[in-house]
Design a protein around this ligand. Structure first.
Ligand SMILES: *Cc1c(COP(=O)(O)O)cnc(C)c1O
Length: 404
């Protein structure tokens, strides 16, 4: 049996929505993007969402809007996809990496210890779709001592008066924390709609704008939208209407808007997200949990807690007491049996560009230990019970052959 890792969820409703964009006479940013923004906002229980062309550019736009740049520091987990840290570097700031907890998410105590007078933001990452400890993170940024040591640069930072929390929720669309959906848990939250993510637009990202009072989030939406379209006062759709030709450029903006033809995919998916996409992922997750829980060598992901739900983006299985080499051998055997698996993530300090900048893996022991023992299994709605059975038996056989 051949099982791929993360194929996109494409059914007739997705195809019909894309065809409707193609046949409408308008394929880039327009009514479908607006509809996806509204549906995303409604889903997250918030008011203002801006769609752009990726989560990476969403993070860059948000950091830039917050006035973060040269000489500033932004705290990120050492255990994430490179984009979290690259977005920080692209605005000229320095990513400061901290270690994670056993659940793969950023450790708020380590965040607190890493804060300096240059710290302007924290980017927690909801690994595998399990929300970070936002209560603890909020306590850190609101700590009186930390707040009074905060050195704001520019009017936005002055108005906020503390370190900002910008959530990287690339994995966690549909998850909740304390009975609140992701998208509503930080100052600003970024979703990824990349092809392998739970909800996709092929490439895409969404910015959930939930800055605290006295910020006006509808105004921030307008500003960010303008900055995502070259700083042009009229978007192409408005200009395409009769009499709409004259425009001005009022800010040196980026060009990172989402096309309607892409938004169409996400729009069809979000309508059935809870009933089919999320629920079917949960089915696969529970199947794996049940199958591995009897194995003494298996550490199943700790993603069940009253009031919290996972988006089930990944199934990060860890093998107790395994070395990185043993884990790699297991992956080889699983691959030979036709099952595509992955490792999430190679910790940032092990990647060349960060090594060159002298980040050292030794400083992040929990991240290394999780990485060395981790295998991400396929998890998506199209996996039937037969396929899940095959994945489980393949993994068990491979682990037991390598030896536990
Ligand atoms: C996928 C991913 C991103 C980047 O998303 P893009 O939409 O591809 O830019 C950022 N952070 C994490 C944790 C991711 O997994």
């Amino acid at each position: 049996m051949k099982i791929s890792f993360a194929p996109p969820f494409i059914d007739d409703d997705v195809k019909n929505e894309v065809i409707s964009a193609l046949e409408s006479g308008w394929i880039t940013t327009g009514p479908k993007v607006k509809a996806l923004e509204d549906a995303t906002a409604k889903y997250a229980g918030i008011e203002n969402v801006l769609c752009v062309n990726s989560a990476t550019s969403a993070l860059m736009l948000v950091l830039h809007w917050l006035g973060i740049g040269d000489g500033d520091e932004v705290i990120v987990p050492a255990y994430t996809y490179c984009a979290t840290a690259l977005a920080v570097m692209h605005v000229g700031a320095t990513p400061v990496m901290v270690d994670i907890r056993e659940d793969f998410n950023i450790d708020p105590a380590k965040v607190k210890a890493a804060i300096t007078s240059k710290t302007k933001a924290i980017i927690p990452v909801d690994f595998a779709g399990w929300p970070c400890d936002y209560i603890a993170l909020n306590e850190v940024v609101n700590d009186e001592q930390i707040k009074s040591a905060f050195k704001p640069k520019g009017t936005i930072q002055e108005q906020l008066g503390r370190i900002a929390i910008v959530a990287d929720a690339a994995h966690s669309f549909g998850a909740s924390y304390n009975n609140k959906r992701t998208g509503s848990l930080a100052d600003i939250t970024v979703f990824s709609f990349h092809a392998v993510k739970n909800l996709t637009t092929a490439e895409g990202g969404a910015i959930c704008i939930t800055m605290p009072a006295p910020f006006n989030n509808a105004d921030i939406y307008k500003t960010l939208r303008l900055w995502s379209l070259n700083g042009q006062t009229k978007d192409a759709f408005t200009k395409s209407q009769a009499g709409g030709w004259r425009y001005d450029i009022v800010y040196p903006g980026f060009k990172i808007n989402m096309p309607d033809v892409c938004a169409a995919i996400g729009l069809a998916q979000i309508r059935k997200y809870d009933e089919s996409i999320w629920k079917e992922r949960q089915r696969v997750f529970d199947f794996f949990d049940k199958s591995f829980s009897s194995k003494s060598w298996a550490q199943i992901p700790p993603y069940k807690k009253e009031g919290n739900t996972c988006s089930y983006h990944l199934y990060p299985l860890r093998i107790n007491n395994f070395t990185e080499q043993q884990r790699d051998q297991v992956i080889e055997k699983i691959t030979e049996a036709g099952v595509a698996v992955n490792v999430h993530f190679i910790p940032l300090p092990l990647l060349s560009i960060f090594k060159q900048r002298e980040y050292q893996m030794d400083n992040y022991p929990v991240a290394y230990n999780n990485f060395a023992r981790e295998i991400s299994l396929p998890i998506y709605p199209q996996l039937n019970n037969n396929m899940c059975e095959y994945i489980v038996s393949t993994v068990i056989k491979a682990v037991e052959e390598v030896g536990v």
